[in-house]
Design a protein around this ligand. Sequence first.
Ligand code: HEC
Ligand code: HEC
Length: 409
Amino acid sequence: MRLPLLFAAGVLGTLVAGWTFFDLGKPVWSPAETKLIASLSLSALPKLPPDPSNAVGDDPAAAALGRALFFDTRLSGNGKVACASCHLPDRQFQDGTPRATGMGKTNRRTMPIAGTAYSPWLFWDGRRDSQWAQALGPLESLVEHGADRTQITRLVAANYAAVYEALFGLLPEVTALPEHATPLGTDAAKVAWTALPEQQRDAVNRVFANVGKAIAAFERTINPRPTRFDAFADALVAGRDTNGLLTPEEADGLRLFVGKAECTKCHNGPLFTDQHFHNTGVPASPGLPDDQGRIVATAQVLSDPFNCLGAYSDAGPDDCAELRYMDRDGEDLVRAYKPPSLRGVAARPPYMHAGQFDSLAAVLRHYNEAPGAPGGHSELKPLAMSQAELTALEAFLGTLTETSVGGGQ
Ligand code: HEC
Ligand code: HEC
């Protein structure tokens, strides 16, 4: 009696909910699903490998200096902008707005920071190849910090000299340095930069890079914390009772996530990102300059003086394989962006590189319909999911947020 009954329930289950088998009303996970779910658990995240380009990456004194710099609003053109102005620690180190505001308004959304030490590429388009090189961008962006590298060098000498010199050696003589000079800023600052002797420019660049390295050492301590999903995944893998760890709807959503909805094609591994670049047909944001994504960023990261192969990197050429062998060109890089980690995602709308969608429901509608891309070609195909399936997927994404809110993710 028992076998045919179970079989009938299995068929019914397949018809009704897409489940393959039933065991007394509870879903059973196939070995393939279990394996995929195990690979998403935070327990599968390897220990953070060292960053060979940053000799102080794992030095606690550097992290302490980096932490102070991260919150220091003096590193700005108006004395008001710090990294933490946009990367708010109690909001997953982002700001919940479609486009970030510092000294001016940027064209992109602030990204969360947790786990980005694992990323070979930083920014939505990956135009920097380390956390320390990334940090130098906003410092000199006129719409973000609006500071410049001689200002920052002078500020470090005036306020952080002892701790800086203990980590990096002697600071250069700063009294003769112009207050504002950089190759990237205002016309006056560019003129002042060109007027500096090569040796001084190099000394300033070195301090500037070290500021980035200290900030990166702090960022390397910001990592995601386990969520309800992880508790479920670990119990499932260990063969423990998973009862009550996910609601039936959340479990349905997980099954779709790793199955029919094909989300793990790009959102895979314990950080729910493959760290590559994809065109997913996200609409252009009205009124903003054309944004081509990764295709433009490859030349930028190659020519960045602060990249892994550059003079300020602590790495040897053999440590820079990502940069040396990256895809530089190709239609698939047009409007391609890095998939953000989905950890904590439900608690931080809006979504996408310019905050194009204000809710997860809108994101999921986009995936379901898979509209054509405004440039290049979308990799997505329509999913033909029902409203119930979309709701289940959304419920599952909610399990990736720490219940205690805020912090680390
Ligand atoms: C004005 C707001 C603002 C400030 C200030 C700011 N950021 Fe950002 N941050 C952003 C935006 C916007 C992006 C995405 C930009 C892009 O892709 O073009 C970003 C991206 C990042 C990323 C990339 C994460 C990833 O997954 O690739 C990191 C790391 C980061 N910021 C750290 C910092 C640090 C460190 C500072 C201070 C030195 C800083 N940010 C200052 C808004 C800001
Ligand atoms: C082809 C690769 C790919 C697939 C498949 C994919 N994503 Fe994404 N996802 C991305 C990329 C790339 C972004 C960022 C796009 C952008 O900002 O333009 C993204 C962004 C997101 C975001 C917004 C995150 C944020 O912080 O802005 C969510 C939520 C999301 N995806 C969920 C899903 C779900 C759920 C599925 C399955 C239905 C899925 N994705 C399938 C690549 C993919």
